[in-house]
Design a binder for this molecule. Structure first.
Ligand code: GLC
Ligand code: GLC
Length: 627
């Protein structure tokens, strides 16, 4: 007599049945024509079943809990904090000593920047991974990692880690075998015997790192191959057209999920599929792959969600959050790069027309089972992703505006408040990306250096306005380590031979724990920024209208200096107003009331706003959340 299935087996079978329509049609479209497809499919289901069987009991309980509360990551209490482990407090164990600090700030989600074992030497900040099953020995062990995951969970904090799935380090075991001539592993990568095909691809490819890693292929005479290397030479692109790669990565995903990871940040996903004659970014197959990967997580580790890193134009970015045929089935989170770019653009011009145009026309009012990761700075550079069409719509030249923003934030434009550094200047396209910490780009470094107290005050207000914006816009606000203390640029990277070529290190300073200690007592810009950000996050957590599922409507305030949006909550909406200038501004009281903010209560300061002669008066860089 057959044994009745255990409750555990039944849960797996139910989850497999639930997600089968999201998984198998994608796999069939991608790999169905191959003779090895049926065998691949069986091996995948076996791997999922094993992942589930290996899943610790506590995490299985979390799976159930999140099935019951699928909006857990959209709630207004979710706030992320992003850091390099060594730069935060030395090691994984070092994090344990600083959990009180994170909790004090109001953090409920922690993104540990790349922590898996990287190649030796320059590893692109850990994005060149040599072993997906080991922790970077410089940070600790897998046991330490699990200890941190557990400690975070006990404090109600989620854990996000990077999974680099576009490429591995050339030192990864697969790449080594490929280099030794093993055809099985050569098929894991994109390797060519002659430069002919690479040349054809190059005609339509763009360069990510034109300065220090020009081109998209690397020739290795000793191997006799041209290898696809979109990013750095040591980062070999994986061949996702090979189902063996899909299976390997799913096994890695489940391995990490079972160590207690809540959020997988899928790195550089746009580049996963190649097609001759295209930019090889955001091809339709990328979305099929990502929907299939998401289904795998839902089957074997339902608590886990996916953050997709696709730093592309708005129309190209939205599908990563699941649109059209992938509606609600792809990424749970994706970076709102446009919001970040438009924030800096409007700060520089003191004019929110372009921002309003872009955010009102290209983005839907709501997303299914998904939300944004909102941010004002991250560990990467800022590329001025403003299209010529959008610029023209508000009467400016795209090329001119992008060039202006680079000069403004590099710090060379007359009268600028910012201090940054150029990144990957591309003479061919005229592209100049920008590095710089939030505080330095917002003007604090320059003002302090010039002994300009009023300028420093404006910088503090800009930083807080930015945080109030990303906290209210919809999505999980992600705070990059040190921004909450207004840490300035760090030029020390120039002394490190592994970093000197990459100006992104200028905005990846080490944590300043002395400043952190003084955060409650001092009256410095740093301490005031900390307390301001903390207050913003606390008020956000207490404001139901800021739930990620509440629809958003960007509106025109009738004053180009003020950016405005509504959060259309059924229980009572919210109108966000943000003054992007160092001058006092007004918006009409009648307009505000007509949009439903009749109580004129500012949820951010928890105070009533008193109109003056029919106008709501906004001080320099004011931010209000009117209910
Ligand atoms: C991602 C990371 C970036 C890295 C790149 C290559 O975009 O954010 O830092 O350079 O991937 O892995
Ligand atoms: C480009 C890529 C992004 C990467 C970044 C690194 O923007 O699209 O994935 O993180 O370059 O600077």
């Amino acid at each position: 007599m057959a044994k009745p299935p255990s409750a555990d087996d039944e849960i797996f079978d139910l989850r497999l049945a639930r997600s089968a329509p999201d998984l198998f049609p994608m796999l069939e479209a991608l790999y169905g024509a191959r003779p090895d497809y049926p065998a691949f499919r069986d091996r995948l289901v076996k791997a999922l079943r094993k992942g589930w069987a290996d899943r610790p009991q506590g995490l299985k309980r979390l799976d159930l809990l999140r099935d019951l509360e699928p909006d857990w990551f959209q709630r207004p209490g979710m706030t992320g904090y992003v850091f390099y482990i060594d730069r935060f407090n030395g090691s994984l164990r070092g994090i344990l000593d600083k959990l009180d600090y994170l909790q004090d700030l109001g953090i409920t989600y922690v993104h540990l920047m790349p922590c898996l074992k990287p190649r030796p030497g320059d590893s692109d900040g850990g994005y060149s991974v040599m072993d997906y099953r080991r922790i970077n020995p410089a940070f600790g062990t897998m046991e330490d990692f699990e200890t941190v995951a557990q400690a975070l969970r006990e404090r109600g904090m989620s854990l996000c880690v990077d999974l680099v799935l576009n490429h591995t380090a050339k030192e990864h075991a697969w790449a080594r075998k490929a280099a030794q001539g093993d055809p099985k592993y050569q098929d894991y990568y994109l390797m060519f015997d002659t430069p002919d095909t690479p040349r054809l691809y190059e005609q339509t490819l763009v360069e990510v790192f034109p300065d220090n890693a020009p081109g998209n292929f690397t020739h290795y005479p000793e191997i006799g191959k041209w290898v696809w290397t979109t990013f750095n030479e040591h980062q070999w692109d994986l061949n996702w057209a090979n189902p063996a790669v899909f299976l390997e990565i799913v096994e890695v995903m489940l391995f990490l999920a079972n160590k207690g990871v809540d959020v997988l940040r899928l790195d550089a996903v746009a580049f996963m599929w190649k097609r001759l004659g295209t930019r090889c970014q955001s091809e339709p197959e990328v979305h099929m792959l990502l929907q299939a990967l998401r289904a795998c997580s839902r089957i074997a580790s339902a608590a886990v969600i996916h953050l997709e890193e696709a730093i592309v134009a708005p129309a190209e970015m939205l599908p990563y959050l699941g649109r059209g045929r992938h509606d609600g089935k792809e990424g749970n989170l994706a970076y709102h790069n446009s919001l970040m770019v438009q924030f800096w653009s409007a700060l520089a011009t003191r004019d929110t027309r372009l921002m309003t145009h872009v955010l009102a026309t290209h983005f839907p009012d709501r997303l299914t089972n998904a939300t944004y990761a909102t941010y004002i700075r991250c560990h990467d550079d800022i590329g001025w992703a403003v299209t010529d069409q959008d610029a023209a719509a508000v009467g400016v030249s795209g090329h001119g505006h992008r060039g202006f923003l680079s000069e403004f934030y590099e710090g060379s434009f007359p009268g600028t408040f910012a201090k940054g550094a150029l990144f990957q200047v591309n003479p061919l396209t005229g592209d100049k990306r920008i590095s710089g910490s939030c505080a330095s780009l917002a003007g604090l470094e320059r003002a302090l250096a010039e002994g300009d107290a009023a300028g420093a005050e404006m910088a503090v207000q800009r930083i807080l306005m930015g945080h109030a914006l990303i906290a209210a816009f919809g999505g999980i606000p992600l705070i990059y380590m040190g921004d909450e203390l207004a840490l300035p640029n760090d030029h020390g990277y120039l002394d490190d031979p592994h970093h000197a070529h990459d100006s992104r290190w200028v905005h990846r300073p080490r944590m300043d724990w002395a400043l952190a200690e003084a955060r409650h007592a001092a009256d410095t810009p740093s301490a005031r920024v900390f307390r301001g950000v903390k207050e913003i996050l606390a008020q956000r957590a207490a404001t139901p209208a800021l739930h990620g599922a509440v629809p958003l409507r960007v509106v025109s305030a009738g004053n180009d200096a003020v950016f405005a949006f509504q959060r259309l909550a059924p229980t009572g909406g919210l109108l966000g107003l943000f003054n992007f200038t160092e001058h006092w501004q007004e918006v009409g009281e009648a307009w505000v009331r007509a949009l439903g903010a009749t109580a004129l209560h500012d949820a951010l300061s928890d105070a009533r706003v008193d109109p003056h002669q029919g106008q709501i008066v906004l001080p320099p860089y004011a931010r209000v959340w009117l209910t």
